[in-house]
Design a protein around this ligand. Structure first.
Ligand SMILES: [Zn+2]
Length: 431
């Protein structure tokens, strides 16, 4: 199959008069279009972009959207997250995942990290999420949480040995799958014990994966880690011996200069969620400083009830705007930089060969309607994609070479039926 768009964004910039040949889930070649070939898919009036990468999400939280809006973090967690996540059975977990995956695809995200922690002492719930991703057709990095803080609901928690064994089993069950990757995810310095965090890192080493961990999201977390462990979060992770290139720290809002330098020196990565950090009033992560220190960065939406949108294009825009207002500098982070964070850089931190249109890369692609008003006037198309583009401009999406959105509609699942099930499940919910 060869996609033939009007314009295509490659590493060399926008090009026209070329087609992208897809084979075996990857981009086989990019060639000049001399003459039409059988199997050509003309994309008239469309621009082809790499799919975006959502480096941090909790999919079940989409079902909780709207319940805790305008609460502070403690209110949101204790009145919404904890009690309502107890209401979800396995079918509801799968429904929430499908609901979130559909929204992401419609917004042009082709890879999603689901940092998943409703384990119920097993992997059956995680398997339901994997199955939902397959059915909807998104590429899934399931960050299998490892949680043992006693203040959290029971279904989040497991003894270290059990969490480690189940995480290994889940990785083994999905090894070499085309669109599913499992990675360990000790919850955070406050949600996981030292032994749990070490176990997560050891699994990542043994299985050659990355591992995810929430770090310094709210100011209180750093204070708590300092009080309980005698060190701020990044110093604590360094002391545990887990700070390294496999680590993906989520948020990293409250780091001091030394912690930023240390994170960079260890080549650790960051999954940055600007809208969520704003929504919960957490603070502003120092992105230019982290990047300059050598920290690799991807962008995430976080869960659907702390954003409340699931669009990486939106996170690109927010990443740039937030640094401008923080640094009082309208040129703080340009469009090309934040587009890179939401695509190629995000894929790189996850170990996924995507986020760029080039031969050999995974065929995860997005077509946008160049006739959409939000992409007018045509001054600089990449800047318009980042700062101005409406989600309605995303018309077609391919994941692993499979067209999962066509002319703005999901081809894999019935969206109306899905939404009817969401309405039925959440009817009457309030706090
Ligand atoms: Zn999170």
């Amino acid at each position: 199959m060869r996609l033939v768009p009007d314009l295509m964004l490659t590493v060399a910039g926008w090009t026209s008069g070329r087609g992208v040949t897809l084979a075996g889930g990857r981009i086989a070649s990019i060639d000049p279009i001399d003459r039409p070939q059988p199997g050509d898919v003309p994309l008239v009036g469309k621009g082809l972009l790499p799919g975006t990468v959502n480096a941090h999400c909790h999919t079940f939280q989409s079902l909780l959207r709207g319940l805790g809006d305008d609460l502070d973090f403690a209110g949101w967690r204790d009145r919404v997250l904890y009690p309502f996540s107890e209401r979800l059975d396995r079918r509801a977990i799968a429904l929430g995942a499908a609901f979130a995956f559909v929204e992401m695809l419609r917004h042009g995200a082709t890879t999603c990290v689901d940092f998943f922690y409703l384990q119920d002492e097993g992997n059956d719930n995680a398997e339901a999420v994997v199955e939902a991703a397959r059915a909807v057709g998104i590429r899934l990095v399931l960050a299998r949480a490892m949680y043992d803080w006693e203040g959290a609901p029971k279904r989040y928690r497991e003894p270290v040995a059990d969490a480690a064994r189940r995480t290994r089993e889940l990785i083994a069950a999905h090894r070499d799958e085309a669109t599913t990757v499992i990675q360990p995810a000790p919850h955070s310095p406050h949600g996981a014990s030292a032994a749990m965090i070490r176990a997560g890192c050891e699994i990542a080493e043994a299985e050659d994966t990355r591992f995810h961990i929430h770090v310094a999201e709210g100011r209180y977390e750093g204070e708590r880690t300092l009080r309980e462990h005698g060190a701020t979060p990044i110093r604590y992770l360094e002391w545990l011996g887990v700070l390294g290139p496999r680590m993906i720290g989520v948020h990293c809002v409250w780091l001091d200069d030394e912690e930023i330098a240390l994170m960079g020196a260890r080549r650790a990565a960051l999954a940055y969620c600007p809208s969520s950090n704003m929504f919960l009033g957490d603070g502003i992560t120092r992105i230019p400083e982290l990047s300059q220190a050598g920290v690799r960065i991807g962008l995430g939406t976080d869960g659907g009830c702390t954003n409340n949108r699931l669009s990486v294009f939106e996170e690109m825009r927010m990443t740039s705007l937030l640094q401008r207002v923080r640094l009082l500098d309208g040129g703080a982070l340009d469009a090309a930089t934040v587009f890179h964070l939401g695509t190629r850089s995000g894929a790189e931190i996850l170990g996924v060969e995507a986020g760029v249109i080039a031969p050999g890369q995974l065929a995860d692609l997005v077509a946008v309607d160049l006739a959409d008003a939000s992409l007018h006037p045509r001054i600089d198309l990449l800047k318009s994609v980042v700062y101005a583009m409406s989600d309605r401009a995303v018309t077609d999406v391919w994941v692993h070479g499979r067209r999962v959105v066509e002319a703005g509609r999901l081809v894999t699942v019935d969206e109306r039926e899905l939404l009817a099930r969401v309405r039925e499940l959440t009817q009457g919910w309030s706090i």
